[in-house]
Write a protein that binds this ligand. Sequence first.
Ligand code: SF4
Ligand code: FE
Length: 491
Amino acid sequence: MVLKTGKEYIESLRKRRLVVYLLGEKVENPVDHPIIRPSINSLSATYDVANDPRYRDLATATSHITGERINRFTHIHQSTDDLVKKVKLLRLLGGKTGTCFQRCVGMDALNTLSIVTFEMDQKLGTDYYQRFLEYLKYVQGNDLVCCGAMTDPKGDRSLRPSQQEDPDLYLRIVERREDGIVVRGAKMHQTGAVNSHEVIVMPTRTMREDDKDYAVSFAIPSDTQGLIYIYGRQSCDTRKLEDVEFDTGNIRYGGQEAMIIFDDVFVPWERVFMCGEYQFAWPLVDNFSAYHRQSYGGCKSGVGDVLIGAAATIAEYNGVADSSSIRDKIVEMNHLNETIYSCGIACSSEGTKTPSGTYLVNVLLANICKHNVTRFPYEIVRLAEDIAGGILVTAPSERDFKNPEIGKYVEKYLKGVSKVPTEYRLRILRLIENISMGLGSVGYRTESMHGAGSPQSQRIMIERGVDMEHKKKLAKIIAGIEKEELAEIKK
Ligand code: SF4
Ligand code: FE
């Protein structure tokens, strides 16, 4: 049995020697830092569910390489059932944490590499797949968190990696040695980077021959020499430094994004999964994007559950829960949220087996899923804000509420229905604020827009993925332009 508990995971983080900067200062102990810790708590939930008998089937799986019971976040999908369970697990965790729990990017990277290294070996005679399997055994056997590092800084977006004035704006190989490679560059917006044991690097776009030094994929321990983490700011993050309990909205959990600098980092050959095979950069990005667009069908609907629950609760606290207009808004929120989830389930059920044996989601439906995510959470937030009222952004602070002089006024005048304490009302308002526009909005709003690719990238994939000739044929048959018996109709 290789399942770590949440507590063991947190202890394992202490053994690393990371170089982390936050708010302009070096952080000696990231594990206990008040701004970082809530994000570690979210990740530890991915361990706790795997040890909870109620969620065993969803949160664990049987390793296809060792036969051991492992955490699903390190599993390679062996069926469409695995793909469906992934989405259900992510929804469960989104609901438990109300935020991003950061472990899916690594899972998506592992599954992507299992497909692409196999294909590379088939076509090029390389031995990347075997290397990958050895690495996978290590990750599964130690129940590790992998940070999936894809997005480069990109510099001038109109130029290819090799055309940039500063050649480091896409991560690249700067030296090939007998024992490995040396890489330089940076990866942006890295979810859970500071909370990871391993960093899996992947290219971020299509590459041509000139870009081959940028076509690189590898995995290294997160405390490898030369790695520097610069922690991303979130809205209201310094509230976590105040001596308050509920003003942050989510009293226990948080998300995390950081920038990772690769300052001439050495990678041994056994950890290299792509090195110059530029033709495979796109397939890698394509598969990874599909998996991560599927992921959002789970996690975003889980966080949506929390926000919808908060909106319904504040309506009760305000005494308007029975109003037909409020009930209708809640119905609309649920409709949007379940649509996101439905797409996550659909692209999973329609998944197919790749030559490696790994199951991949239906790419078109995964893109539809993520495209809905670039819109629906915004509408759900709008409705939550509508239901909550202006007090969402004007309520006094927790410190005012607890102030011996004026607390009584806050208590008295912010009361809703008489049987509910004012404090509860403030707590729920802060939670709505957190997800809609505060600390948690990184995961529920802007990440919904840009995470796993911004909306236009899904529209490109939708245009590529739909069979327009088929649709035109259907129309022409019905209009009597083509004869049905002569046309090949898809089932
Ligand atoms: Fe997982 Fe969602 Fe966070 Fe991505 S945004 S890592 S899918 S919880
Ligand atoms: Fe993401």
